[in-house]
Design a binder for this molecule. Structure first.
Ligand SMILES: *Cc1c(COP(=O)(O)O)cnc(C)c1O
Length: 387
């Protein structure tokens, strides 16, 4: 059944037109069940070819937690992208695709026993750490493994900060590298994460300055580091334009030339930027209500079955079906389907009034949506369709 959507000019200015067109064509041609996530495979391939291309000699490892759908992993595997994982479950998926162990790294600084055992059997050999207990664990399960220490760096200006939970300061980082070396591991380098959806270029300056200091301190202490892992953090467009990946990478590349002229091993671990803007969620309006002054709009995907990041401040752009194109715009409180009052996605969505039963597209929905989704309250998980 042909569908017709009202696309605001403000949205049209930053959405990937070919991805949107492919999704609209798909909706025209087939009846789909909502909620679902439609992934544009070509856009994933385009992202894979752009990311890392402006940083000299870097290797890209996709952070699987952003979206572990097997078809997506298959596409990235065929593009020659490596993988960054944290668990046995993620490694199991890669094993189904036959991914070689030297194309897999794990940057989770605190790993489970089961994962380390499985990773050791599989042949994975590169791990991050930031504590003494982790050194002992890695040395027990994977003697001689290559390790890199996680530095704490500022996450200011990142919409989804990843600071506090992991990372150490310089003196501790050096002491950890020395201890790892003593326990038979190979202290190879350093990693950091500037925060997810990072729109502050300066975070990379501070992180690279800090990494450079650790480099010199290690050299003085007798360890020659040669692996610089830049983490993830590249932003995508949700409700506004962001710095392009090319711009960010050219900026990073200049910093690298200056601070790490001889470093051969540069690793990148993008999650969000690889898959986020390749996906569009298709949902349906299930109800409307006026409560006091507030206009409530209910849809069949919410905080629990896919839009978890809205709780941390990620806001999405929406395109509604245009059956009510004449309506005036107003503010809506947008809520998910569950009975939990926590299940509110947006407090002030400006839109014309859709009809109950209309479809709604949620843009840039490919990352940290389906991977977070739970079956709380019995609502279905969004199915992933790769086109
Ligand atoms: C989540 C994560 C990433 C990916 O981050 P994005 O912001 O999605 O690019 C990379 N590295 C580590 C260690 C992570 O935990």
């Amino acid at each position: 059944m042909p569908v017709n959507f009202k696309i605001d000019s403000s949205i049209a200015s930053f959405v990937d037109k070919s991805t949107l067109l492919k999704v609209l064509t798909c909706l025209d041609e087939s009846e789909i069940e909502t909620p679902c996530l439609i992934i544009d495979g070509d856009k994933v391939r385009r992202n894979a070819s752009v990311i890392g291309s402006n940083i000299k000699e870097c290797k890209v490892f996709y952070a699987v937690k952003a979206n572990p759908d097997l078809e997506i992993l298959r596409i990235l595997n065929n593009e020659g992208i490596g993988f960054e994982i944290a668990s046995g479950g993620e490694l199991q998926l890669l094993s189904e695709l036959g991914v070689e162990p030297d194309r897999i790294i794990s940057s989770n600084p605190v790993k489970t026993f089961n994962f380390l055992r499985y990773a050791g059997q599989y042949g994975v050999n590169r791990f991050s750490f930031d504590s003494y207990d982790e050194i002992d664990k890695i040395a027990e399960f994977i003697p001689g493994a290559k390790v890199y220490v996680r530095l704490a760096v500022p996450n200011d200006g990142s919409e989804w900060p990843l600071t506090n939970k992991f990372g150490v300061e310089l003196d501790d980082a050096l002491a950890l590298l020395l201890t790892a070396q003593k326990k038979g591991l190979v202290s190879e380098g350093v990693t950091f994460h500037v925060g997810s959806q990072c729109t502050n270029l300066y975070n990379w300056n501070i992180a690279l300055d800090k990494a450079k200091l650790l480099w010199s301190m290690s050299e003085t202490a007798g360890i020659k580091l040669n692996l610089l892992n830049l983490g993830g953090g590249y932003p995508i467009k949700y409700t506004k334009s962001v710095l392009s990946i090319q711009k960010i990478e050219r900026h990073i590349n200049v910093l690298l030339k200056d601070r790490f002229p001889d470093t051969k091993h540069i690793h990148l671990e993008p999650g969000r930027a690889m898959i986020g803007d390749a996906g569009i969620i298709v949902s349906r309006v299930t109800g409307k209500a006026k409560r006091g002054d507030e206009n409530w709009l209910y849809i069949d995907i919410g905080v629990f079955n896919g839009l978890m990041e809205s709780v941390g401040g990620i806001r999405y752009s929406y395109i509604f079906e245009a059956r009510n194109i004449e309506g005036k715009k107003r503010g809506w409180t947008l809520a998910g389907p569950s009975c939990d009052s926590f299940d509110v996605i947006d407090k002030n969505l400006i839109s014309v009034e859709p009809r109950v039963g209309d479809l709604v597209l949620i843009l840039s929905g490919g990352a940290y949506t389906t991977s977070y989704a739970s079956k709380f309250n019995g609502f279905s998980l969004p199915k992933t369709i790769v086109i």
